[in-house]
Write a protein that binds this ligand. Structure first.
Ligand SMILES: NC(=O)c1ccc[n+]([C@@H]2O[C@H](COP(=O)([O-])OP(=O)(O)OC[C@H]3O[C@@H](n4cnc5c(N)ncnc54)[C@H](OP(=O)(O)O)[C@@H]3O)[C@@H](O)[C@H]2O)c1
Length: 245
């Protein structure tokens, strides 16, 4: 993937993986817009990286995705890359009673939003130079972590959707890329829950290098292993990840 000269919208790009990628795309010579719910996180991101464009929105709501699409393509008519990165992760014990609204929100943010945004942006992207859709899935797309059951299911579905999207968009010459992170040290799910993960900068540097070299499924560490595993290996990975819990 070309790293310079793009106009890129990164959802959830004010923090964590999205912000690490945003900074690197800016350094490589692309214009970057990031969005998220928390205005203070967006402002902080812009303080650290002054050329970032920011937009507050809640992607759990379909009408806000449509608003984002209209705003982004009107303000940045040369927008040529959509990065579906925003996500949440909830620990859920399925034997306890959870309000459906809690699970539905996770599905809306992690799955409905990237599906909806992709289909909204396709007609615009296919008119642009070097168009691409980049979806951030997870090593958990391939073997679920049972204490984040809805999260794992949304990431498996997003992986599946990405394969179909790539196939369908071949004729439109829109590249479809899947970034497959392992556990990475961010605030995903709450502060301190991913400190066991890969260092964010090492992960992001590796992903950018793989993108530069044309990879359509850049992955890292454990996720590189699990995304290539066969069924028997998935079962072993599932046991290993879940036995201690
Ligand atoms: N860290 C890991 O271990 C790991 C592993 C595999 C995959 N991933 C994936 O990587 C992506 C980025 O996560 P991260 O680790 O960088 O965690 P993070 O720092 O918590 O980033 C998630 C971002 O998504 C935004 N977001 C969440 N809900 C949103 C909504 N309804 N509307 C708009 N923006 C929303 C958040 O901003 P606001 O809260 O301000 O809205 C935040 O900036 C996620 O898709 C995650 O599933 C992470």
């Amino acid at each position: 993937m070309k790293l310079d000269g793009n106009t890129i919208l990164i959802t959830g790009g004010a923090t964590g993986i999205g912000f690490a990628l945003a900074q690197r795309f800016v350094d490589a010579g692309s214009e970057v817009i990031v969005c998220g719910r928390r205005s203070h996180a967006l402002e902080e991101a812009r303080q650290k990286c002054p050329s970032l464009h920011i937009r507050a929105c809640n992607l759990a709501h379909a009408e806000e995705r449509v608003d984002l699409f209209h705003w982004a393509t009107t303000t940045f008519p040369r927008l040529n890359v959509l990065v579906n990165n925003a996500g949440i992760q909830q620990r859920l014990n399925l034997r306890n009673k959870h309000a459906w609204s809690v699970m539905r929100e996770e599905i809306e943010i992690n799955l409905s939003a990237p599906v909806h945004l992709s289909t909204l942006f396709i007609p615009h992207l296919q008119e642009q130079a070097h168009p691409a859709i980049v979806n951030v899935t997870s090593g958990l797309s391939f073997a679920p972590l049972a204490n984040v059951p809805v999260y794992s299911a949304t990431k498996a579905a997003l992986h599946s959707f990405t394969l179909s999207l790539r196939h369908q968009l071949e004729a439109a010459a829109i590249s479809v890329v899947e970034i497959i992170p392992p556990a990475v040290d961010t605030d995903l799910g709450g502060k301190g829950l991913h400190t066991h993960g890969a260092p964010l900068d090492e992960f992001a540097d590796s992903i950018m290098e793989q993108l530069r070299n044309g990879s359509i499924e850049p992955a890292y560490g454990f996720a590189a292993e699990s995304s290539k595993a066969a069924r028997e290996q998935f079962d072993a990975v599932f046991k290993r990840m879940n036995q201690a819990r």
